[in-house]
Write a protein that binds this ligand. Structure first.
Ligand SMILES: [Zn+2]
Length: 159
């Protein structure tokens, strides 16, 4: 795993290399691989209730997946090396267009990754601006105001 949270070091095989084989120019770090790792971390977070997995989900959300799409949403990167060589830039389309649909599915479902609950416990996993209704017998409303990823401010307000 690269410092960005991107995974997959070998572009030719779209796979993993030897231990510590993380060349910043060659790092594959496909956007879809970052998303897949986020989903893994989501499941691990639910299974273990360890915050480290939610932290890694957030890290990969912003640095391994969101980085794959342009700010206007009209271009993307298929792979995300840590260093651009030969003028690599986001493109409107690539020959293999898996990443845009994977990103759009994930953004559409992002609200489902923000919190989890059971019995009388609630875990807030991501600091994303949102309003959540927890369907306990006495429902709980959570409202989060966040300026992430543009700024570092986050507030959780009583519902
Ligand atoms: Zn992809």
């Amino acid at each position: 795993m690269a410092v960005t949270g991107g995974i997959g070091s070998l572009p030719y095989s779209e796979g993993f290399g030897r231990d510590y084989e993380l060349n910043p120019e060659m790092m594959y770090a496909e956007t879809c691989a970052g998303l897949g790792s986020m989903f893994w971390n989501w499941e691990m977070s639910l299974m273990t209730q360890k915050a480290a997995y939610a932290d890694l989900f957030e890290w990969q959300l912003y640095n391994a997946s969101l980085v794959g799409i342009g700010q206007q949403g009209d271009c993307y990167l298929y792979n995300n090396p840590l260093q651009s060589v030969e003028g690599m830039q986001r493109q409107p389309w690539f020959e293999i267009p898996c990443c845009p649909s994977s990103l759009s599915r994930t953004w559409a479902k992002l609200g489902g990754y923000l919190c989890s609950y059971q019995a009388n416990q609630i875990w807030v996993h991501q600091f994303v601006g949102s309003e959540m209704k927890i369907p306990f017998s006495d429902p709980i409303h959570l409202k989060s105001v966040s300026e992430l990823s543009w700024h570092g401010n986050y507030y959780q307000l009583p519902g």
